[in-house]
Design a binder for this molecule. Structure first.
Ligand SMILES: Nc1ncnc2c1ncn2[C@@H]1O[C@H](COP(=O)(O)OP(=O)(O)OP(=O)(O)O)[C@@H](O)[C@H]1O
Ligand SMILES: [Mg+2]
Length: 298
């Protein structure tokens, strides 16, 4: 079992039709047929949406995505139409609501990796490959790869694990031409972002993008290069051969799997609420990531 510990009710806004409650974002459609994407303060870990929220997280993710879309504008078009609050929307949607082009989404999680860790490391240890791509011997947790690689995954339902797949499998599912476009765009965007992050003392270890089509045009969608979709490591502490400290949910994962939570990840039980200090530390990490990357104060 997994999924939502408490699934939130959609907000009723005149003129908006609720489409979907995602793990973190709520989707609505406005009367023009555009997508209204509202980022919540929800946080997920171990395939659960937790019963605690992280104050300001939705605004941090939204503002950071917008900043990145700007940095990437010349490489790939993005789905943002406007940051204006739809008429009649609750005031607390301000800063975390984007009106976006409603795209025909490509059902592939487009992951780029420049460093080896997580599910990539697990596959490497089994077979010296990641998503079927052969890698050199001798890599460890946190090692930089010879060059960035495209390691796609299929998109899972809430509560299910995404599954790494080979490039050939993606080509079978979406067609060879689209697969090639996804790979090219994913690696180009990753490489740009990695360089920008590096200049700011942050290692962009890996990240996930989602793309959709507007007619025949491939468009960058969803959120981009946030701590929810990426692994960011402080560059001055990077040291292959161990788990890296990171600007993300590490406090949450550590607490949930540690002795104080009383929760067993393998059990069928939903995870408990987070203590105040874990919420505060996590909020601080998200804000720190925002400030370091953008070079502006939150
Ligand atoms: N421009 C767009 N057009 C259509 N759908 C989009 C667009 N941008 C993002 N999405 C979809 O919006 C949803 C964002 O919500 P969120 O990230 O909270 O969901 P998720 O839990 O990752 O995914 P899901 O609940 O669909 O499994 C995703 O399903 C994403 O594919
Ligand atoms: Mg998502």
């Amino acid at each position: 079992m997994s999924g939502f510990v408490e699934k939130p009710e959609p907000i009723e806004v005149p003129g908006l039709v609720h489409l979907h409650t995602g793990k973190v974002r709520d989707l609505y459609q406005n009367e023009a047929g555009d997508l209204v994407m509202v980022a919540s303060d929800r946080i997920s870990a171990y395939d659960w949406v937790l019963p605690s929220e992280i104050p300001d997280k939705g605004r941090v993710l939204t503002r950071l995505s917008l900043w990145w879309f700007d940095q990437l504008r010349d490489l790939v078009p993005n789905h943002v139409i406007s940051t204006e609050l739809p008429e009649g929307a609750p005031a607390d949607w301000e800063g975390r609501t984007l009106v976006c082009k409603s795209l025909r989404m490509v059902p592939v999680e487009c992951v780029a990796r420049g460093y080896l860790t997580g599910s990539g490391l697990a596959e490497y240890r089994e077979s010296r490959t990641v998503c079927g791509l052969a890698l050199p011997e001798g890599l460890e947790d946190g090692s930089e790869l010879p060059g960035p690689i495209f390691t796609p995954a299929t998109k899972a339902e809430v509560g299910e694990h995404d599954e790494n797949v080979s490039y050939e499998e993606v080509a079978r599912q979406v067609g060879a031409e689209t697969a090639a476009q996804l790979r090219q765009a994913t690696l180009a965007v990753y490489s740009r972002a990695r360089d920008i992050a590096r200049d700011r003392g942050i290692v962009l270890a890996d990240t996930k993008f989602e793309f959709g089509f507007d007619g025949d045009t491939l468009v960058l969608a969803d959120e981009v290069l946030t701590p929810d979709s990426s692994r960011f490591w402080p560059a001055d502490q990077w040291q292959p051969g161990r788990a890296q400290p990171s600007y993300d949910k590490q406090f949450v994962r550590d607490w949930l799997t540690g002795p104080d939570s009383g929760w067993d990840r393998k059990s069928e039980q939903p995870p408990p609420a987070l203590p105040e200090e874990v919420v505060a530390a996590t909020r601080a990490k998200y804000i720190e990531a925002y400030e370091h990357l953008t070079g502006t104060r939150w």
